[in-house]
Design a protein around this ligand. Structure first.
Ligand code: HEC
Ligand code: HEC
Length: 355
């Protein structure tokens, strides 16, 4: 109902605008305008639900990195291979664990030498759909992203020249790089294979997808109330929409203000403390939450939106979302139940035999 009400309010708004624009015109254009308004309103009613469209079944690859089964298999081996880190103790899968929906259940993961990282490890599940990767958006493709954790002194602390030499000494890798790329072991090939593998990591349809596709029984009444709040009065849909339930944009939401976020990349004062809206797919499995992992549970996160958000951040910067002070605490479990219904099947990836 909420949804429909929105559409019709929107429709009415359009009608007023259209009428204004056509005030000076004759009767026929006016009729046409009115017909268009009715049509637009109807189209909007249909288009309202696709604010939360299902995930695609596959993700397009860039032209210079077409996906092949052999490339995905090589990428999977590299993803699980601890030799990618400087001291051979960490693989991508150490932090992005398949059995934990490709996150690791920690507020912040131990990186090179066991030192705790500054940010929470996001899942790589469905990450291929983001146009900007990382909490601060500093990588624009999985290919560009892949070499960053390997080289980062805090994460895998590995020199790329050394990594190429190390992997080229493994006959199984030499053979596969030759077959897949027609070259020896290169950093570009490593990045391309890791990206190709990660493009296959998409979650399956969730109860929310099934409900929005028409299966009324897919959501409990409580989850349905949560969906209505999410799309309506609680205002979550403003930033959490699209197949990932993320608009891919950057906002100042808190909950802490130690990390300058987007501003570390752009250098702009206005971007300070802003982070990319995270995906909410399989979110029940990827806690703790927020860029710093400081909120342990979904109840903590929703309670934060209801009462915890401060009005200003240090330096007088305004927050991009206001606390829902006038709303009742009773709504929190509804939203949490809805968020839990966003989990779809996680691809089962077994650790491969390494060459
Ligand atoms: C020590 C833990 C750790 C290891 C090892 C690690 N990552 Fe990550 N990963 C992180 C953290 C933390 C972030 C977020 C960093 C940030 O946003 O600044 C991240 C972010 C990402 C993202 C971006 C996800 C998004 O939603 O934007 C991708 C993709 C990714 N890692 C892939 C990989 C790959 C591929 C490897 C192996 C080459 C790897 N990671 C190794 C901890 C790790
Ligand atoms: C202004 C945009 C905006 C609105 C509105 C918004 N969010 Fe968020 N959401 C974000 C951003 C940005 C983050 C990450 C913040 C950070 O870590 O600094 C986030 C984080 C989250 C997380 C944690 C996900 C994770 O993996 O860490 C959840 C869950 C969440 N939001 C749910 C909601 C709910 C429920 C609502 C409505 C009550 C809502 N959001 C409203 C932008 C928004």
């Amino acid at each position: 109902m909420q949804l429909l009400a929105f559409c019709w309010i929107d429709g009415a708004h359009l009608k007023v605008t259209a009428a204004r624009n056509h005030r000076a015109a004759g009767v026929l254009p006016r009729l046409l305008a009115a017909a268009t308004v009715v049509w637009l309103a109807a189209a909007r009613a249909i288009a309202a639900e696709p604010q939360l469209p299902p995930l695609p079944k596959s993700v397009a690859s860039p032209q210079d990195n077409p996906i092949t089964a052999a490339k995905v298999e090589l990428g999977k081996q590299l993803f699980f291979d601890k030799r990618l880190s400087g001291d051979n103790t960490l693989s991508c899968a150490s932090c992005h664990q398949p059995e934990r929906a490709f996150a690791d259940g920690l507020a912040r993961s131990p990186g090179a030498g066991g030192k705790q990282l500054a940010r929470n490890t996001p899942t790589v599940l469905n990450a291929a759909l983001f146009k900007k990767l990382f909490w601060d958006g500093r990588a624009s493709s999985l290919e560009e992203q892949a070499l960053q954790p390997i080289q980062s002194p805090d994460e895998m602390n590995q020199d790329l020249d050394e990594l190429e030499r190390e992997l080229a000494a493994v006959p199984g890798y030499r053979k596969q790089f030759q077959e897949v790329f027609g070259t020896g072991v290169t950093r570009q090939g490593i990045a391309q294979a890791l990206a190709a593998f990660q493009r296959t990591l998409l979650s399956g349809p969730s109860p929310v997808d099934r409900y929005l596709a028409g299966d009324q029984s897919a959501l409990s009444p409580q989850a349905r109330r949560g969906l209505e709040l999410f799309m309506g009065d609680a205002g979550c849909i403003r930033c959490h929409h699209g197949p990932l339930l993320s608009d891919g944009k950057f906002y100042r939401v808190g909950p802490t203000f130690d990390d300058r976020g987007l501003a570390t990349i752009t250098g702009k004062q206005d971007d300070v403390y802003k982070f990319r809206t995270p995906s909410l797919r399989n979110v029940a499995e990827t806690g703790p939450y927020m860029h710093d992992g400081s909120l342990a549970t979904l109840t903590d996160v929703v309670t934060y939106y209801y009462r915890g958000i401060p009005f200003t951040a240090p330096g007088g910067h305004a927050l991009d979302v206001a606390p829902l002070l006038e709303r009742s605490f009773d709504e929190i479990p509804d939203l949490v139940t809805f968020l839990k219904a966003l989990s779809g099947e996680v691809p089962k990836i077994e650790p491969p035999t390494l060459p």
